[in-house]
Write a protein that binds this ligand. Structure first.
Ligand code: ATP
Ligand code: LTN
Length: 327
């Protein structure tokens, strides 16, 4: 079976975009998958250490609440398997500064500013190390991360060419609908964890009332037609994508169903569907958060399992690149 690996950053609250683009799919296909709270990735921008610790716990709890089952998959915290930093160094000597500078995420967050951390530029190499350390075949992510997975493929292919067949070359998988959920207030921008648009971002832990309010005030257009057309109708198309994923109904069926209903009725249906879609996670979260010791036990088991895979890969890598064995 194809091995899945993916990660999520403990920065800010998990939103419905994360859920639709990534986490919900991890849950659906979790058997033998490896999923990671990427705390090392959360250090590239200035941050508070106490917040990083509490957000790591909070996000890991939320992943369990979302339905990841430690009996069926491996859930761990990235920094608990520290050899990922060693592989990052080795891959740093294979990746080029040119290709890292071309990454959209780097260009948006830091290009041209001398004072940004070197970690911000190197971020995709750490991500490549994550993916390659676990012999990953498939990386379930939202569309914004596909460029980083392409870079991972390039680096792995170059490594194999230079040092012999050592690394599994992975591929990204994105959902057919909802690969880039948009901000409800600004439907041409990606829904994001940065709290610039609280009204445009539906959080997985939002109360039903808050979800309804946000959906009802979502930006649409001056037309009345419910039709999927990302260019002409970005707001309506975004709501259709959310309704489709939340109800499991194909978009064309929804277009037919709501064609003449008007935006008020349509938005009401989207809000109700999202409330039901997210309800089980919100309810389980409250129970799981009450038992942090249990979470710590799950994460320790996850780290041990991940470590076993990682150390086998690292043995192959060290030999391939010419590092002297210790024994
Ligand atoms: P930021 O907003 O700070 O960039 P993020 O939410 O994009 O954060 P992560 O938490 O690391 O960053 O993302 C976890 C997963 O969620 C990734 O696979 C990413 O592609 C996916 N994802 C994030 N935002 C969206 C979105 N709006 N639509 C679909 N998938 C998304
Ligand atoms: N860079 C990703 C998070 C991430 C990841 C990974 C995703 C870190 N390591 C490995 C998939 C596989 C992001 O910003 N969303």
């Amino acid at each position: 079976m194809a091995r899945q690996f993916s990660g999520i950053k403990p920065t800010g609250e998990m939103h419905v975009g994360n859920y639709v683009g990534a986490v919900g799919r991890w849950v659906d296909q979790q058997d033998d998958g490896i999923f990671c709270v990427v705390d090392l990735h959360a250090m590239t921008m200035p941050y508070d250490p106490a917040d990083l610790r509490s957000e790591t716990v909070r996000l890991a709890t939320l992943l369990l609440a979302s339905g990841l089952d430690p009996q069926r998959c491996t859930l761990f915290v990235q920094s608990h398997v520290p050899v990922v930093a060693e592989l990052t160094w080795i891959l740093n000597c294979v990746a080029t500064v040119g290709e890292l500078r071309r990454m959209t995420q780097f260009k948006e967050k830091g290009d041209g500013q001398e004072s940004v951390s070197a970690g911000l530029l190197d971020y995709p190499v750490l991500m490549a190390a994550d993916i390659l350390l676990y012999d990953t075949d498939e990386v379930p992510v939202g569309e914004d991360q596909t460029q980083h997975v392409e870079l991972t493929r390039d680096v792995a292919t170059r490594f194999n060419h230079r040092f012999g067949d050592t690394l599994v070359v992975p591929k990204a998988t994105v959902p057919p609908v909802g690969a880039r959920i948009k901000d409800l207030q600004n439907p041409t921008a990606k829904m994001s964890k940065s709290l610039e648009s609280p009204q445009g971002t539906i959080l997985v832990l939002d109360e039903p009332k808050a979800i309804t309010k946000k959906v009802k005030s979502a930006v649409t257009d001056s037309d009345t037609e419910v039709r999927y057309d990302v260019e002409a109708k970005p707001g309506v198309s975004n709501l259709l994508a959310l309704l489709s994923v939340a109800t499991g109904t194909p978009v064309p069926d929804l277009e037919t169903e709501y064609a003449t209903s008007g935006y008020g009725t349509f938005k009401g249906a989207v809000a109700d569907a999202l409330v039901e879609y997210l309800r089980p996670t919100r309810e389980r979260y409250a129970e799981l958060a009450a038992d942090p010791a249990e979470l710590a036990r799950f994460l320790a088991v996850g780290a041990a399992r991940a470590e076993a895979i990682a150390s086998a890969t690292m043995d192959r890598v060290r030999t391939a690149v010419g590092l002297l064995a210790t024994r």
